[in-house]
Design a protein around this ligand. Structure first.
Ligand SMILES: O=C(O)CCC(=O)C(=O)O
Ligand SMILES: [Fe+2]
Length: 748
């Protein structure tokens, strides 16, 4: 092949240099011609690089630049050095040339002897530089070489990555180091021999075995982005799978979270993995948590429902926060709808209690139909109240008497069962909890306690018959109408409050002032203060004694399970049973006890008072006409039954007729004689069931009311009790607790 002008020039220049006996370069002509022929097929940069590494940069810099200039590939200013590799142009024809070392060549990485050894070998063997045609004709772009990091190195050669990977190439970098990455940073372990390569040694072939050692993510020798596109789908899938595995492995540590709660919470002191500081921190945390828990236990949450007249407190006994009463959220009375389920919520439920107060508006509790004519208890006389008879007057006294400061709520629930509730100064005893559950007894409502038109109770629904033996230990201790040992109930926490003071004052103010005996209507006579204080004290003593004995006071329940808002006992021949609204010899609904006899003193008082009432009735217009009953007349009556009621402050009795006595007695108009002792009551009576249409009077302690004859079937009821209205003397002498004692005598 004919040599180009540039090649001829190069050959001559090199020979001339070698012919100089002083020159460092001593090559024989054959070697020179091999060099030239390689340069001819190499790209300018490769030719330059090649010449620099064989001949030496210093020695042939000028020759190379002139050669390239003649080749037309750049003049002296275009001379390439290792520094300029980034700007390396494509070789002519897109060919890359590279130098493949002979198999027996040992390349010492980073050794400056490289060019020399090649030179020496070349000299010794007189052979051409190692150029293979195959490599020389490798297609462009198949491999590219990025600039070496060992900038400024003299010598070096173009290599393929395949060579580099095999550890055959020389990579310029720092000198050998034996620190094993203890002094310098770690590059990596050699995958060939395991040598630890440090930064001092740098990336490149391992100094020991020659295998390529690279940093993770290295772009050394252009590895970055050099990956070949997958040849086919299978390869692509395999590569993707490999990448996924590698990524999974790489991020394994981040994914794995170890929660050592044993050492976090339970084992502090003996934990070998914790430092002293960590132990201290954990101890502090534990103490803080224990403190918060102790405070939580001490906290007592009390809901005072002024509208619903109730006090309800958290029962923490079972340790469960049973918050399943969200449907019982208290609603304020909007004044129009009275819809307790409306959006007009005023009081949030106490989340800790089972018995959240339920607001019952004029329409009654949600889902319960009540008479729409029920009287709004906030207007005048309290006729429409919700609640039950209760045993809790001390706390009511405190609340009503605005002595809230007197209530000492004890910090902790002493037992898991009941709340040892508010204690009131001076009473010494705990406040009873209300055992009743019914919220529906609307006093004076037509569907009230003594429902329908008489003492005929609702037979429908569940009946709570208590037919156990009288002395059954499950029977609660009878109610004591006098202060002293107050019997406890079953630990439920709802307490029904009496009407607010405002309500009571309004009710009182609305009542007519009656100072003397009066015929209220034909057949209804009020004997004002007829019972002397001594009589009253006697009545209290007898009732207390009978009431706490067998067949004594109990809180009756209607057939539908509702409780009456009073304590009751019957005296005489029969027991009136609210579940059936009938007279029975024994109270099957409760403890099977038979009623105690009516004390003769009582019967005597009845006879005398009735006599007085009859006289008044006659004077008022009633008179006898032969055997014919005349309007206003009150017939005689020998009491065979007495119903004794004790109303606490929230007690009441709905509008009803007394019509469970014998038909003969009723037909005759046999009068009912009623004694009132203790706190005053707002008593309603009239010819209609509608309490709004009823007359209201105050029945005070000592009053006797007689209704019979033409008024035997009047509707009547107790709207409310006026607290603290009992005569002081009576209280002092009898120790009667707050509330009202009422005895109604009738003939069966
Ligand atoms: O307590 C009252 O004044 C009335 C009692 C009553 O009506 C009854 O027991 O039937
Ligand atoms: Fe009655």
């Amino acid at each position: 092949m004919a040599m180009s002008r540039a090649a001829q020039w190069l050959q001559q220049a090199l020979l001339d240099q070698c012919s100089d006996s002083n020159a460092a370069l001593q090559l024989d002509p054959e070697v020179v011609s091999s060099l030239v022929s390689y340069c001819e097929i190499a790209s300018p940069s490769e030719a330059q690089q090649y010449l620099f590494s064989i001949v030496g940069e210093e020695q042939c810099k000028d020759i190379v630049s002139e050669y390239l200039r003649i080749r037309g590939d750049g003049g002296p200013s275009d001379v390439f050095t290792f520094h300029d590799r980034e700007a390396e142009p494509q070789s002519e024809g897109g060919l890359h040339a590279y130098v493949k070392p002979k198999e027996d060549e040992i390349w010492s990485a980073g050794s400056k002897k490289t060019s020399k050894s090649v030179k020496q070998r070349t000299e010794a063997q007189g052979s051409a530089p190692p150029i293979t045609q195959a490599a020389a004709t490798k297609p462009a772009g198949s491999l590219s070489i990025k600039p070496s990091k060992a900038k400024g190195r003299k010598g070096g050669k173009g290599i393929s990555l395949a060579e580099a990977a095999e550890g055959l190439a020389l990579f310029p970098r720092g000198g050998p180091c034996t620190c094993q990455a203890s002094r310098h940073k770690l590059i990596n372990n050699c995958l060939g021999c395991g040598k630890i390569v440090c930064e001092q040694e740098g990336e490149g072939p391992c100094n020991f075995c020659g295998a390529l050692v690279l940093k993770e993510g290295s772009d050394y020798a252009g590895l970055e982005g050099m990956s070949m596109p997958p040849a086919n789908d299978a390869e692509a899938a395999a590569q993707a799978f490999k990448d996924r595995l590698v990524e999974f492995d790489r991020s394994a540590a981040q994914r794995t979270t170890v929660i050592d709660d044993q050492s976090d919470y339970f084992e502090i002191d003996g934990n070998a993995w914790l430092s002293d500081k960590e132990k201290q921190l954990l101890r502090q945390r534990q103490e803080e948590e224990e403190r918060i828990e102790a405070e939580r236990r001490k906290r007592v949450i009390v809901t005072i429902d002024l509208l619903g007249r109730k006090v309800v407190m958290e029962d923490k006994g079972d340790g469960n926060d049973n918050n399943h009463h969200e449907n019982l959220i208290l609603a304020g009375d909007s004044g129009t709808s009275g819809n307790s389920g409306g959006s007009d919520f005023r009081i949030k439920p106490n989340p800790f209690i089972d018995n959240n107060p339920v607001y019952v508006g004029p329409k009654g509790p949600t889902g319960v139909k009540t008479d729409k004519k029920l009287i709004n208890h906030l207007q005048g006389m309290v006729l429409d109240r919700t609640g039950r008879v209760q045993h809790d007057d001390p706390v009511i006294e405190a609340v009503i008497g605005q002595q809230l400061g007197d209530i000492h709520i004890e910090g902790e629930t002493p037992s898991s069962k009941g709340w040892v509730g508010p204690r009131v100064r001076g009473t010494g005893g705990s406040v009873d909890n209300d055992e009743a559950e019914c919220m529906l007894d609307n006093p004076l409502s037509t569907s009230g306690s003594r429902n329908d038109d008489s003492r005929q109770g609702r037979n429908a629904g569940k009946k709570k018959h208590h037919v156990e033996a009288v002395n059954d230990s499950t029977t609660p201790k009878p109610f004591d109408i006098c202060l002293g040992n107050i019997p406890r109930n079953d630990g439920k926490t709802a307490i029904i409050l009496a009407p607010s003071l405002l309500d009571q004052k309004k009710a009182e103010a609305a009542l007519p002032s009656i100072w003397s005996d009066t015929v209220l209507m034909p057949g209804v006579v009020l004997l004002k203060g007829w019972l002397s204080i001594d009589d009253q004290v006697e009545i209290v003593r007898e009732c207390r004694s009978l009431g706490t004995g067998v067949g004594g006071f109990y809180q009756p329940t209607f057939g539908d399970g509702r409780h009456m808002r009073l304590q009751m006992m019957c005296l005489g021949k029969q027991h009136w049973e609210p579940t059936t609204s009938s007279y029975v010899p024994r109270r099957r609904n409760y403890d099977n006890a038979s009623p105690p006899a009516i004390p003769s003193k009582f019967s005597d008082m009845v006879r005398r008072s009735l006599q007085r009432a009859q006289d008044l009735a006659l004077k008022a217009g009633g008179h006898k006409l032969g055997r014919k009953q005349v309007e206003g007349e009150l017939p005689n009556m020998e009491p065979t039954v007495c119903i004794v009621n004790f109303y606490e402050q929230s007690g009441a009795l709905g509008m009803h007729q007394d019509k469970d006595e014998s038909s003969a007695s009723l037909k005759r108009g046999s009068p009912v004689v009623s004694f009132s002792v203790g706190d005053s009551a707002v008593f309603a009576y009239g010819n209609e069931r509608d309490p709004e249409k009823a007359e209201k009077i105050a029945l005070e302690s000592g009053d006797v009311l007689v209704f019979g004859g033409p008024a035997r079937m009047i509707y009547h009821g107790v709207a409310s009790i006026l607290p603290k209205s009992a005569p002081k003397e009576l209280i002092e002498k009898s120790n009667l607790r707050q509330g009202r004692l009422n005895l109604t005598f009738r003939e069966l």
